[in-house]
Design a protein around this ligand. Structure first.
Ligand code: URA
Length: 234
């Protein structure tokens, strides 16, 4: 494919996923990123020694390892069952989450609760968290250096919880967790792995609010996810 057609295909991909909003492309693998560290970096590698989620939260909640630490109202660590079989991973807090310090509590969160209920799960029995723990201003996508600075916290959360299944909500979460630059269409419907867990990917609930027609696809994804869970539980 020549460059012009590559650009057109890439824009079409974006339109299929995000509708008419244009987002900056994220390049996780090859781009050289500069991690902007503030002078008063309060989080050291000590967080790796945390034995449980509570300890981890205390060690990282003052983090200023990237610029999102300066604009956040609240650090959104994550919440739910610390022994969950299932972890849901979103992209990053929005305005409501930033206010409350809890993940997925706004409109997208309410839809997520309904999606979970449709497969007989409650928020309380799963664990819900994000790739970045602080709100990107104006709800933009987190930048590569922000994700790079924050993802060790997610990795540590997953190490502690040791879930059997992970559901990534949206392309940003999928690409960041799986470290793979692929399209949502290619991720969906596949069972992948992250450490000990099987990973599936579906639409971000905010994308479903903007494009209700995608709810059918999400329904199919979560049905498959439920079947996978049932087969693991046997
Ligand atoms: N969108 C996300 O990706 N995460 C949240 O916590 C809320 C909205």
């Amino acid at each position: 494919m020549d460059l012009k057609n590559k650009i057109i295909a890439s824009l079409e991909d974006q339109k299929n996923i995000f509708g008419d909003e244009l987002f900056e492309d994220i390049k996780l693998s090859k781009r050289k990123t500069t991690v902007i560290k503030e002078k008063n970096n309060v989080v050291s590698e000590d967080f790796q020694s945390a034995n449980n989620l509570e300890e981890l939260s205390k060690l990282i909640c003052e983090c200023k390892n990237c610029i999102l630490g300066s604009s956040r109202k609240k650090f959104v660590f994550g919440e739910g069952n610390p022994n969950a079989d299932i972890v849901l991973v979103g992209e990053g807090p929005g305005a409501d989450e930033d206010e409350q310090g809890r993940p997925f509590v706004g409109r997208a969160g309410q839809l997520l609760t309904k999606i979970l209920e449709s497969i007989q799960l409650t928020r309380e029995e799963v664990y819900i968290c994000n790739i970045v723990k602080c709100r990107p201003p104006g709800n933009r996508n987190p930048l590569p250096n922000e994700m790079e600075a924050c993802i060790p916290y997610l990795h540590k959360q997953l190490e502690i919880i040791n879930p059997q299944l992970i559901l990534c909500l949206g392309l940003v979460a999928a690409q960041a967790l799986l470290q793979k630059k692929d399209s949502l269409g290619n991720f969906r419907g596949k069972i992948m792995e992250f450490n000990n867990a099987k990973v599936m990917v579906t639409y971000h609930p905010a994308a479903l609010l903007r494009n209700p027609g995608w709810k059918v696809g999400c329904w199919e994804d979560v049905q498959q996810f439920q079947k996978l869970y049932q087969s693991i539980k046997k």
